[in-house]
Design a protein around this ligand. Structure first.
Ligand code: F6P
Length: 319
């Protein structure tokens, strides 16, 4: 292992920069050369690759986004694109690769690993949708952004005695909604994994109103969607004025929290250690407070589950 490549792929996530920084610096510390691959797998196909040194990753630990930029490459998914990627890696003498991204990016990493390229997957996505790890890089920052938005919206919700729906990201996963709803004291949390129906939400809202609650916050995961239809239905069933806020990409940017920077630094370091040890395809994660790694095929085979304990607790606390 003489030279490793690093790329960020898929939706960006705060903390990706801290992960890139750790990969580059731990690699250089261990005498390796590092190639920064721009725009994910698409940059790999285009040969958009540059040498990185210690200074290339200076002044980025606190920045959201990704210095290497990101993309979702359709070409890489094709057989021809994949073959081209293998050739480019050979051409640039890249012996091992670190892929920072979500499940789509991990599928690419898995394919590369199974084709014989030592490839490490670092989970970087705000969605927290990978089962094998407790947390992905960026989730904590997004969560804090959403919780702060909930506090702001709660002020105006109380002033007007309204229902406020806040739609959050997460693709098919309800973790951002569940964790932020619990941390933000939302009255109702609607996630794709659990079908609780509009009537339960309306019942909760009315019960709260009758007890003198001034605000009602409903956190809706984008995987469920249709926030404006939900608003109409809530207005019809409760008679309460209802407003919608879609968090959108606001929750994908911003300076990463200390938690995400630590996670990213530890993940980055482990990925390089594994490449030096000669490992082939590993997914890096955290369980409890311990950094773990497992076979990337096995990691991707695990189906994401919802944290029932948190969901039940959120329901109890929102009575
Ligand atoms: O995977 C991260 C994510 O932000 C999802 O939560 C969301 O569904 C998607 O990316 C949005 O993608 P884009 O930025 O390409 O619109």
């Amino acid at each position: 292992m003489k030279r490793i490549g690093v790329l960020t792929s898929g939706g960006d996530a705060p903390g990706m920069n801290a992960a890139i920084r750790a990969v580059v610096r731990v690699a250089i510390y261990n005498g390796l050369k590092v190639s920064g691959i721009k725009r994910g797998y698409q940059g790999l196909l285009d040969g958009d690759i540059e040498d990185m040194n210690v200074s290339s990753v200076g002044d980025i630990i606190h920045r959201g986004g990704t210095k290497l930029q990101s993309a979702r490459s359709m070409e890489f998914m094709t057989d021809a694109g994949f073959e081209k990627a293998l050739n480019v890696l050979k051409m640039f003498q890249i012996d091992g690769l670190v892929v920072i991204g979500g499940d789509g990016s991990f599928k690419g990493a898995k394919r590369l690993a199974n084709a014989g390229i030592p490839t490490m997957g670092i989970p970087g996505t705000i969605d927290n949708d990978l089962e094998y790890t407790d947390y992905t890089i960026g989730f904590d920052t997004a969560l804090n952004t959403v919780v702060s938005a909930i506090s702001n919206i709660r002020d105006t919700s109380s002033s007007h005695g309204r229902v406020n729906i806040i739609e959050v990201m997460g693709r098919h996963c309800g973790d951002i909604a569940l964790y932020s709803g619990l941390a933000g004291g939302a009255e109702s949390i609607i996630i794709p994994e659990i079908d609780n129906g509009v009537s339960e939400t309306c019942k909760k809202i009315l019960e709260g109103k009758h007890r003198g609650k001034l605000h009602s916050i409903v956190i809706l995961a984008e995987g469920v969607g249709k926030p404006y239809e939900l608003a109409e239905s809530i207005e019809k069933n409760t008679g309460m004025e209802t407003r919608v806020s879609v968090m959108g990409h606001l929750q994908r940017g911003g300076t990463p929290t200390a938690f995400d920077r630590l996670l990213a630094s530890r993940f980055g370091a482990r990925s390089v250690d594994l490449l030096i040890e000669g490992k082939k395809g590993r997914a890096i994660g955290i369980k409890g407070s311990e950094i773990i790694d497992m076979d990337i095929n096995e990691a991707l085979d695990l189906e994401k589950t919802v944290n029932d304990e948190l969901y039940e607790l959120a329901k109890i606390l929102a009575i």
